[in-house]
Design a protein around this ligand. Structure first.
Ligand SMILES: *Cc1c(COP(=O)(O)O)cnc(C)c1O
Length: 433
């Protein structure tokens, strides 16, 4: 039986928008009102006094984070981006240093070293996890390499045993970008507690959010202190505090407010439930998608590891399907809509982000750090340096968010029905040019 595909003018499977992903409700409202009633919206002082570490809600938020994420120190910060910048400062990145980064991540994961004059060096990803491949990391190490920024991309934990072993062997610092993996685990340990520093995001795209915001985690007291200083006007602090190593201690204002932290405390409480719902939805979709031979989905993790599925990656086999991934994704977009609250943001995309080294900033080496007086190494940003990333992005991978909490079985069944309709009428796409 042939049903004309929506992309060819047929009737779509569904036009009613999917439910919003909205984690904000009465608890957050109440918490915000309490802060407003107090009149104290921020208590930070950029000076070496009691208030250098912020007000009561900032401190409570950080304590709550430590307890929930199994770390000794949590430093709240106004974004994951500023958190990564702070981390690069705290670990002492200097002009001429190289930092190994992932080309398949949000841009901030790779750009952070440049703020301190460090040079991002891209390692390729592993085709099964989309996280950096330890073998590629090791191949990129030179005498200039100082650190690795690991990304637990899409919520899948990176191969931390191998990466930590490489770091130890070569005396490198490891920063984990956990923006997409809050409460994700690697072999029973929370991500963000394994490397030297972890950085989380609380922007509105993420599992939990405070509008904008972030957290740096560490078990190292002196790194935590350096992060606190960079967050809050370090130059005013170092004198009175008696800090002697002033490396990178120019301070910023990267502070979160009392209101944001009040929201954050409530969001942490909701995270385990939100994650459980997400994993339940993933299990349903995994079962349903098993009917489509052209879909290769990630295996469910054992070993005490937890994938938080920020987005759900599928490898699309064009040989089996007989059409290119891009045609499939376009056809899927035509069959089902986006979601309430972010109507303009499609819930499915071909690939994720263009491999970062192809961005103009790297192609033109348009940053002061590339000045040959500062950097005598040779970093290659040519197309082809990370072939797995390029193949996944341009040919194989597609990512979607149809497993978000709030999606009902019926909603997800519409997604499955849309895929089924496309595969049942695939000839229509083969013929159409
Ligand atoms: C969202 C995200 C960031 C940036 O987070 P902000 O809080 O918006 O600065 C960085 N890295 C990854 C992997 C992300 O997903």
């Amino acid at each position: 039986m042939s049903k004309k595909l929506a992309i060819n003018g047929g009737t779509p499977i569904r036009t009613k928008l999917f439910p919003a992903y909205n984690t904000i409700s009465e608890e957050e409202k109440k918490a915000v009102l309490q802060v407003l009633d107090s009149g104290n919206l921020s208590q930070y002082l950029g000076a070496w006094t009691h208030d250098f570490l912020g007000g009561p809600t900032v401190r409570k938020f950080e304590e709550t984070w430590c307890a929930a994420f199994g770390v000794k120190h949590a430093v709240s910060i106004n974004s994951n981006t500023s958190g990564l910048f702070t981390a690069m400062g705290a670990i002492g990145i200097q002009p001429g240093d190289e930092v190994i980064v992932s080309p398949y991540s949000m841009s901030a994961s790779a750009i952070a070293p440049l703020v301190y004059g460090g040079i991002p060096v891209f390692a390729d990803i592993h085709p099964d996890t989309f996280c950096m491949d330890p073998r590629s990391i090791e191949a990129r190490i030179t005498h200039r390499t100082k650190a690795i920024v690991v990304v637990h991309i899409f919520g899948h934990p990176a191969d931390m045993d191998s990466i930590m072993a490489i770091a130890k062997k070569h005396n490198l610092i490891v920063v984990e970008d956990c923006a997409q993996a809050p409460m994700g685990k690697y072999k029973g340990r929370y991500v963000g507690s394994i490397g030297d520093l972890g950085v989380f995001s609380l922007n509105y795209h993420k599992h939990i959010h405070t509008g904008e915001g972030g957290v740096i985690t560490t078990n190292n007291a002196s790194l935590a202190e350096r992060c606190q200083m960079i967050r809050n006007h370090a130059e005013n602090i170092v004198g009175p505090k008696g800090v002697t190593d002033l490396t990178n201690l120019i301070g910023y204002n990267y502070r979160m407010t009392e209101i944001e932290c009040a929201i954050g405390i409530e969001q942490i409480k909701k995270l385990p439930g939100l994650l459980a719902q997400r994993l339940e939805n993933v299990a349903f979709l995994n079962d349903s998608f098993a009917a489509f031979p052209a879909f290769e989905i990630l295996p469910t993790l054992s070993d005490g590891s937890v994938n938080t599925y920020y987005v759900y990656p599928i490898k699309f086999n064009k040989e089996i399907a007989g059409i290119h991934r891009n045609k499939f994704v376009d056809a899927l977009k035509a069959e089902i809509p986006s979601a309430v609250l972010r109507e303009t943001a499609p819930l499915v995309g071909a690939g994720y982000v263009k491999p970062l080294y192809l961005q103009p900033i790297y192609q033109q080496k348009a940053a002061w750090a590339y000045n040959p007086k500062l950097y005598e190494g040779h970093v290659d940003y040519s197309a082809g340096i990370c072939p797995v990333t390029e193949q996944m992005h341009f040919d194989v991978l597609f990512t979607h968010e149809y497993m978000r909490p709030g999606m009902t079985r019926e909603d997800m069944q519409d997604v499955v029905n849309a895929c089924d309709k496309i595969f049942s009428n695939i000839d229509e796409l083969r013929e159409a040019k």
